[in-house]
Design a protein around this ligand. Sequence first.
Ligand code: GDP
Length: 197
Amino acid sequence: MVIRDARFVMSNTRVEQCPTGSLPEYAFIGRSNVGKSSLINMLTGRNSLAKTSSLPGKTQLINHFLINDEWYLVDLPGYGYARVSKESREKWGKMIKGYLAKRENLSCLFVLIDSRLPPQAVDLEFINMVGEMGVPFALVFTKADKQSNTRTRQNVQVFLEKMRESWDELPSWFISSSAVKEGRDDLLNFIDDVNRQ
Ligand code: GDP
């Protein structure tokens, strides 16, 4: 897929205020600092479409971008900030669950996982919640350039093994590096394929 056009549309805190219509939608989420903004910018080929290194405590918004007038890319606020208040965490949970439960045109939620780390409880809990809600999702293992290919693949396998403990079927998964533009074609082709289904 060639990205001809990528435009910011709006930011919201409530799913009811998200763009209307039936264009397919692909959302991105993960632990803070997992590389979500960098991945969105790499995919769209725009340097600052998504704001990198968003600070904890910053307003948490659902951000819609329109791609090629054909589909929405959604930047969702991350989870797992260490120093976030209980109140903000609850607000985040309510907003994300509302979005995931009610956004009917959500074609796939990409859950980003730091490829350098062993399976993190916060990621597994989030994935389990998404699965229980019946949301279609895929995994993206980020920052692959930070270690050898062998190590990345080992970490991916460990993560998938961990998922097998509670899942019969594993999701699609991708390896990415925004630093060296790895994974871009795979992800855009996947989106293309889902759009055609
Ligand atoms: P976000 O908080 O999930 O949106 O994460 P950011 O995209 O802001 O990235 C967090 C930090 O990781 C920044 O310093 C990025 O430059 C760095 N980063 C993100 N993706 C990559 C990557 O693929 N490779 C490397 N080496 N660094 C990355």
